[in-house]
Ligand binder design. Structure first.
Ligand SMILES: Nc1ncnc2c1ncn2[C@@H]1O[C@H](COP(=O)(O)OP(=O)(O)OP(=O)(O)O)[C@@H](O)[C@H]1O
Ligand SMILES: [Mg+2]
Length: 327
């Protein structure tokens, strides 16, 4: 990275000789003078972060408070880098996090974006998220847990370790449970100031709160708690439109209305999983569209292949009761 492009250095002269010399500068920038000025807006890393944040805004519907928190963390790291340039030493910010929210509220998706931001700002070595659950960490027999957990940590090193449904690590009813061993190993790793691993504990809010209050040592190493709220109906419709467009499909006008009605019904059913349910429903619409198109027995136009019709949506079992009425 050519740090002379901004972030602290005076802009390089346009004189070719000076430019050549500037490019030979060592990668480590010199400490800035006390009266130097640092323009955060010309930092290359900041530009990459801005791009990721803009994509987060554009590609993910709603999530206002999540987006705000992600921005805050990015600012924290940007200022930390700026302080470093002036030789102001401080401890590395602790960035272990918890992501709490219902199913399909975007936790895993945001973790990936967060990894890109942390990487752009030099906090982790790779924009990578290693997703694990209890079974990836806890062994079946005595002596198996530590190597398993250490292997997961090794795979996540330099990136983000995302522990889904983290509360399954803790089983207070069974005091011999190996999950406790995992928590202890994680704690040691998380306390390592020089470590370049960010641990994200993810799960449903109520169980997560219990998990943290039962493990205060862990809780105190997790300063960032980010809450993912359930989406409302209007947001789910918008998510459906985004998903459909991303796959080069579109709802025709009637289909869009029927899909909105589908969502109203689906939200009241058991196991409703926010954006994940929307994705599954869109997949099933595609399946019905394919069946319908093959059954047409006529040459197809691009328009046919792109369009999801009301019929493709109404095929859902949630509309089954209406069939008699519709005829
Ligand atoms: N705000 C959003 N806008 C657009 N798409 C979204 C949004 N939130 C989630 N999605 C999409 O919904 C799907 C589920 O999201 P994700 O897997 O991130 O949720 P999750 O909270 O991790 O769910 P789970 O708890 O079930 O693991 C993904 O395909 C994701 O792209
Ligand atoms: Mg997930």
């Amino acid at each position: 990275m050519n740090t002379s492009q901004g972030f602290g250095f005076p802009r390089p002269s346009t004189d070719p000789a000076t430019v050549a010399r500037t490019e030979e500068l060592p990668a480590e920038p010199v400490t800035l003078a006390d009266d130097a000025e640092l323009d955060l807006s010309v930092d290359e890393a900041a530009a990459r972060v801005e791009q990721t944040l803009a994509a987060l805004d554009a590609e993910l519907v709603g999530l206002a408070s999540v987006k705000r928190r992600v921005r805050e963390i990015a600012s924290l790291l940007q200022v930390d880098r700026a302080r470093e340039r002036f030789g102001l030493t401080s401890s590395r910010p602790t960035l272990h996090m918890s992501f709490t929210g219902g199913p399909g509220t975007g936790k895993t998706t945001v973790a990936m974006r967060m990894a890109s931001i942390l990487h752009a700002l030099g906090y982790i070595r790779a924009p990578r998220v290693h997703v694990v659950t209890r079974d990836d960490l806890v062994g079946q027999f005595i002596g198996h847990t530590a190597p398993k957990t250490k292997e997961a940590l090794a795979r996540a090193a330099g990136g983000v370790l995302f522990i889904d449904e983290a509360y399954y690590l803790f089983r207070p009813e069974n005091e011999r449970d190996y999950g406790q061993e995992v928590i202890e190993i994680l704690l040691t790793e998380m306390e390592d100031e020089r470590g370049d691993l960010v641990v994200v504990f993810a799960g449903y809010p109520d169980r997560m709160a219990r998990f943290f209050s039962a493990n205060p040592g862990l809780s105190s190493r997790v300063p960032h708690h980010i809450e993912f709220k359930d989406y409302d109906h209007a947001e789910l419709v918008q998510i459906a439109d985004l998903m459909v467009a991303a796959e080069n499909f579109r709802f025709d006008e009637e289909a869009r209305g029927v899909f909105s009605e589908y969502l109203t019904r689906r939200m009241e059913r058991p196991n409703f999983s926010n954006a994940r349910s929307v994705r599954n429903a869109v997949e099933r619409c595609r399946l019905r569209q394919a069946r319908r198109l093959v059954g047409l027995n006529r040459p197809l136009r691009k328009e046919d292949l792109v369009t999801l019709t009301a019929e493709d949506v109404r095929g859902s079992s949630l509309f089954a009761d209406d069939e008699g009425a519709a005829v």
